[in-house]
Ligand binder design. Structure first.
Ligand code: XIL
Length: 304
């Protein structure tokens, strides 16, 4: 096949990208999106501050723009994200009672998932709930502070009850290296959820890589270990700083690791063109600032 999406489809996978609604009107952006990708993730448009900036007032304009674009073209949509400490409005962070945080969290999940029901392939129900470093601890957030460890489980149970048709994922970064404490902490949580019947279907490895944190040598072990718990693994926010052959080799390693594990069901890169990468100083994506295919693109297409 001659495009990323078609090549991935031949392997029973999807190949997606993060999309920004305010770029859809740029013709080169839309052309490459429509040609190459068969899944999209709204880069910011479904986050709490975008859809419920004030309590109980839900606004879906720019998220709907992306979802409609995708659905009209037969692309899958990943929902990102329901419960996260970041891009969270101040009114949520300042809630002081457990009862209020619980009802606000469950209402948010219910409203947002209901709005998009039937259109979302997988939801990142909870994003980045663990600390970096060696502690394996839960990250401090208003959800953790007011509700304790149980909030993650509660979010997944609520999500399943609202939309039983979409796959429910836990998503995080720095859980790519099997030897890291954070990876093990997330693994233990997923194992516990599976053993107690808490509804979870997938783990998202964000996979933001750079020279400080390159693609780990044990990446495939991480993927296969999560998969062995009976969940799918999705590579959800892939970008790799660098250029040329070394960047291409890193991308190839990621694709090969995913293809080697049948439960690794799809790869999403975190943007189309280097021009709009969230990593302002870098060139981590598959297309350069003029939408030319980079060596990393050729490596990915050849590996798929
Ligand atoms: C980033 C977006 O790309 C930026 O545009 C925004 O300013 C900040 O968030 N982990 C995630 C993503 O789960 O939502 C983040 O996206 C990148 C890190």
């Amino acid at each position: 096949a001659s495009t990323l999406g078609a090549a991935a489809a031949e392997k029973g996978r999807y190949f997606g990208t993060a999309v920004a609604a305010n770029r859809l009107g740029e013709s080169a952006y839309a052309t490459v999106l429509n040609r190459e990708f068969n899944s999209v993730t709204p880069e910011n448009e479904m986050k709490w501050d975008a859809v419920e900036a004030s309590r109980g007032n839900f606004t879906y304009g720019s998220a709907d723009q992306i979802v409609d674009h995708a659905v009209n073209r037969g692309m899958k949509v990943r929902g990102h994200t329901l419960v996260w400490h970041s891009q969270l409005p101040g009114w949520v962070s300042s809630l002081s009672s457990a009862t209020e945080v619980r009802s606000v969290m469950n209402n948010h999940i219910t409203q947002v998932m209901t709005h998009f029901r039937g259109k979302i392939h997988s939801w990142d129900v909870v994003n980045e709930a663990f600390e970096d470093g060696s502690s394996g601890a839960r990250r401090n957030s208003v959800f953790q502070q007011r509700l304790g460890n149980g909030y993650i489980e509660e979010a997944f149970r609520t999500a399943r009850s609202v939309d039983p048709g979409s796959r429910l994922c836990y998503n995080d970064y720095n859980i790519d290296d099997w030897s890291h404490a954070k990876t093990q902490a997330v693994y233990n949580m997923v194992r516990d959820f599976r053993s107690r019947g808490v509804p979870i279907d997938c783990v998202g490895l964000q996979s933001h890589f750079n020279s400080q944190s390159p693609v780990p040598g044990n990446y495939q072990t991480t993927i296969s270990s999560f998969a062995a718990l009976g969940v799918d693994v999705q590579i959800t926010e892939l970008d790799i700083e660098g250029s040329g052959t070394s960047q291409a080799n890193s991308y190839r390693t990621v694709v090969n690791a995913c293809l080697a594990v049948s439960r690794c069901t799809g790869i999403t890169v975190w943007g189309i063109t280097d021009k709009y990468s969230w990593r302002a100083s870098g060139t981590p994506l598959l297309f350069d600032g003029n939408y030319n295919k980079k060596p990393a693109y050729d490596a990915v297409l050849a590996a798929l």
